[in-house]
Ligand binder design. Structure first.
Ligand SMILES: Cc1cc2nc3c(=O)[nH]c(=O)nc-3n(C[C@H](O)[C@H](O)[C@H](O)COP(=O)(O)OP(=O)(O)OC[C@H]3O[C@@H](n4cnc5c(N)ncnc54)[C@H](O)[C@@H]3O)c2cc1C
Length: 404
């Protein structure tokens, strides 16, 4: 029986494990991926300050610390069921049962789909898969491709692919349908981009600065958007063009793109075919939170956080005794925020596991302040309104606890 079991060896899970090991709790971290590091492994981008954020380096820093503290990290172990027991939790994995007094779920985020006719052809992949192939496995995903979906994540990953020498034709929208909806609506895409442009990497900021902050000017910019696109890192971004079909016999050979109205409706007669051998689809991210539901944790839908999140407080406690959450499972934010949240979760677990309330309380408070500060300074922010989203969940936690 471990003091703590952590599911997910991303920045949140690893930081939490480090905080627990620093207080000598027995900790096991499991991850279904063959390597620890989570989504951090694939990240490489330039901050507005000009500095580079290199996920492999950041992962090594965390792993060095965890290894110095003799943390038990097991990869290739996938959790699929959780039971609450008198002593704590039993986690069912592909390698058998694991028992712990406290459980932290830090399973991160998953990608949403943006279906386009022809998307089952080999050569069509999610933008996250392209990131992992490029930055983790060092595999070139193809000779020439196109990115379908315009958001901060797809822009960051498109840049990473460019740096790796992958040729990208452009970034365009998906064709409008009931699933792609807001992702295919030029005015809404532009709105979302502009509200976060000041937080995004440098070239994205320059892209944003071409458009004023006022909504009416943004709408005008969409209406008179240049037909050649606006270039970012030399690559055209087309918010007034959408991919309507992907073609190929055995694999991707081409896409049809057409011009769309400012509301996303296709304009007949504007179709053109572009030869590409791969397509990256970017439909956004949502919290990967099923395990917390299996454990019996109450949930709340919070749009600003990216979807359904387990109810929790700023100490990363859930209403279930001994169950904690941290990182993207609590809302889609950058790796730096996930790492800071992990430390809060780890310290909360220490506080609840040991007779160290007075000693640790100050540490928890400053770790919470660090999360807030990191969020303020985040160079990548996926959703506008993150503060409002966090506030909603905090209120739910309070309401839930007062009713039980
Ligand atoms: C495709 C993609 C690309 C991203 N790119 C960026 C980016 O460029 N910059 C940025 O700041 N943020 C990016 N993010 C957001 C990213 O998730 C956070 O930056 C950060 O990695 C979140 O940390 P985390 O520890 O919460 O989760 P993650 O880093 O996602 O780690 C979660 C870990 O849990 C493991 N896991 C999940 N389910 C199970 C299970 N059932 N059993 C065992 N293990 C499990 C996963 O294998 C994973 O290693 C990206 C997210 C995704 C999904």
């Amino acid at each position: 029986m471990y003091d703590v079991l952590v599911v997910g060896a991303g920045p949140a899970g690893l930081s939490a494990a480090i905080a627990c090991r620093e207080w000598d709790l027995s900790v096991a971290v499991i991850d279904e991926f063959p390597k620890p590091g989570g989504r951090l492994l694939g990240q490489l981008h330039q901050e507005p300050s000009g500095e580079w954020w290199n996920g492999i380096y950041e992962t090594d820093q965390l792993l060095d610390k965890a290894e110095t503290l003799e943390t038990d990290i097991r990869c290739g172990v996938s959790a699929h069921h959780i039971e609450k027991t008198d002593a704590g939790y039993t986690v069912h994995t592909n390698k058998g049962l694991l028992h712990s007094k406290k459980l932290l779920i830090a399973t991160g985020a998953a990608e949403s789909a943006a279906p386009v006719p022809g998307w089952t052809l080999p050569g069509v992949m999610s933008i996250g898969a392209a990131q992992v192939m490029t930055n983790v496995h060092r595999v070139k995903v193809g000779q020439k491709g196109i990115v379908v979906g315009i958001n901060v994540l797809s822009a960051a990953i498109a840049r990473e692919m460019q740096l790796a020498g992958v040729d990208l034709d452009s970034m365009v929208l998906p064709a409008y349908n009931s699933v792609t909806a807001d992702h295919a609506h030029p005015k809404k895409v532009m709105d979302g981009l502009m509200r976060i442009a000041h937080l995004a990497p440098s070239a994205f900021l320059r892209f944003g600065s071409k458009f004023a902050k006022a909504k009416w000017i943004r709408d005008l910019a969409v209406s008179f958007y240049p037909s050649g696109g606006v270039k970012m890192w030399g690559m055209p971004i087309h918010v007034r063009k959408a991919v309507t079909e992907i073609h190929g016999t055995d694999q991707v050979e081409a896409v049809t793109i057409c011009k769309v109205t400012p509301e996303g409706a296709p304009i007949k007669g504007t179709e053109e075919k572009i030869a590409v051998d791969f397509v990256c689809i970017a439909g956004g991210l949502y919290p990967l939170a099923e395990l917390a539901a299996v454990a019996g944790c109450p949930f709340q839908y919070v749009e600003e956080l990216g979807g359904h999140v387990p109810v929790h407080n700023e100490r990363m406690e859930t209403p279930l005794e001994g169950l904690y959450v941290a990182g993207n499972i609590t809302g889609i934010e950058s790796a730096k925020v996930a790492r800071a949240q992990g430390t809060v979760a780890g310290l909360s677990i220490v506080r609840d596991s040991m007779d160290a309330v007075d000693l640790i309380e100050h540490g928890i408070e400053s770790a919470i302040q660090n999360v807030i500060q990191t969020r303020e300074n985040a160079s990548i922010q996926f959703h506008p309104g993150i503060h409002e989203g966090r506030e909603k969940v905090a209120q739910s936690f309070t309401a839930y606890n007062s009713h039980t």
